[in-house]
Design a binder for this molecule. Structure first.
Ligand code: PLP
Length: 414
């Protein structure tokens, strides 16, 4: 680990206090030009005694704006301290977790995985236009049918066709023959550039797409593509449960990733992380953003520096070993559930390195689904699956009750 270290609470506090000193202080500095200030002191006290021991809340009240991208070019001077914390935390994630070369990536903490995914699609669309002279109608998005709907949103916004690749119903892996047919057909009607999104954990099944399924096929047919990994859900799970994973920047075909800190990491909402190799993010430069110092390369504008501090604190509190242990416990509970289901002869899907178990709806009565708040694949009568996500608060005591409630004698016709 080059950047990611465990830190005590006092050491974190000291580091964060220094970052706040490096930011503009709206109470004491003469700062006249920004449409920004600390949170309204009439409503949110700066003097409340509990703030002393709560560094995140101190940052929250001081309300820093981490607008822009801080891994390249110059940035707004007023929030230098919290921008540096953002770069620190991006280093931990990009280099130590996703095996990027130090100083060879760009990224930012987006409002969520949706934006991080759309940022990737937008960046590659412009890359193909800028670097290959592509016409937008020659560019397609490729992703499996289990892909998160943020890709559909992005396709709609960017007016790109999404080639939806079917997956096997029981194993949730990409049907390779159909992938080949779809790509060759698309090429025959004029698609030349393929923005591909591989899932590092789908939202419903936790299934993981093998990125080499795509790259091998593309190489075989000499197809031009860019590969993005959607690790919004699994980005803080899979690299720890499967330390030999190559779904990271060690694979030269992978150019970017999305990782949500506000899912598995239990960070506050507003912490979707976008990371890409150097030399790509310039494709989303908005030249008109003249009042922002440095370049604005991000989809959102203003965003809170407190979010970067929150993610930094979580990673610093656990350290790499602590986080590995936490994921290992979730894996053990997931395995426990799978064994209990097998024993009862209940059909389910589980990707071995993930903490989602998706149970065939045939064994789940409506009462059981409601009692345990199980999430269906579809909110209509054609639903075939319900999922259990083994999060921190999901313990074996509750899983036992669920297994008891699943009755194999009442298998429902689907
Ligand atoms: C949750 C999720 C997203 C979207 O993330 P938001 O943070 O809700 O915008 C994208 N992809 C996957 C796989 C997800 O699980």
């Amino acid at each position: 680990m080059l950047f990611w270290k465990k830190r005590t609470a006092p050491s974190q506090q000291q580091y964060i206090q220094q970052a706040l000193k490096d930011n503009v202080n709206f109470s004491t500095d003469s700062s006249l030009g920004y449409p920004a200030s600390k949170l309204d002191p009439k409503v949110f006290s700066t003097e409340a005694p509990f703030l002393k021991d709560a560094p995140l809340l101190q940052v929250f009240v001081s309300n820093p704006n981490n607008i822009g991208c801080h891994t390249c070019g110059t940035s707004e001077k007023a929030f230098k301290g919290t921008q540096e914390i953002e770069v620190d935390v991006l280093n931990m994630i990009a280099v130590d977790i996703f095996k990027a070369t130090p100083n060879d990536f760009d990224g930012y903490i987006a409002p969520g995985g949706t934006e991080a995914n759309i940022q990737a699609l937008w960046m590659y669309r412009n890359y193909f236009i800028n670097e290959h002279g592509a016409h937008p109608h020659e560019i397609a998005i490729v992703a499996s049918e289990d892909t998160h709907y943020s890709i559909a949103k992005g396709a709609n916004l960017l007016m790109l066709e999404w080639l939806k690749i079917p997956v096997d119903e029981d194993h949730r892996n990409i049907k390779e023959n159909e992938l080949e047919d779809i790509i060759l057909r698309a090429r025959s009607y004029g698609k030349k550039y393929f923005i591909t999104v591989a899932n590092l954990g789908t939202t419903m099944f936790g299934s993981v797409d093998d990125p080499t399924t795509y790259s091998t096929l593309y190489d075989k047919h000499r197809i031009t593509y860019k590969l993005h990994i959607d690790g919004a859900y699994g980005g803080f799970v899979y690299p720890f449960s499967n330390p030999g994973s190559t779904i990271n920047f060690s694979d030269p075909n992978i150019s970017s990733v999305t990782i949500d800190a506000h899912k598995m990491l239990q960070a506050p909402y507003g912490t979707g992380i976008f990371i890409c190799r150097k030399g790509l993010i310039e494709n989303t430069l908005t030249k008109e953003a003249e009042y922002v110092e440095g370049m604005d390369l991000t989809l959102c504008g203003s965003r809170s520096g407190a979010n970067a501090v929150a993610v930094w604190m979580i990673l610093s509190t656990y350290g790499p070993h602590g986080w590995f242990e936490k994921i290992s416990v979730l894996q053990m509970r997931t395995l426990w559930l799978c064994k209990a289901l097998e024993k009862k002869g209940i059909t389910f899907f589980r990707e071995p390195y993930m903490n989602i178990v998706t149970i065939s709806a045939a064994y789940v009565s409506e009462e059981t689904a409601a009692r345990f708040d199980l999430v269906p694949q579809k909110h209509d009568p054609t639903n075939l699956w319900y999922k259990v996500v083994v999060m921190d608060h999901v313990e074996i005591d509750q899983l036992t009750l669920l297994v008891d409630a699943l009755d194999v004698t009442m298998v429902m016709p689907l």
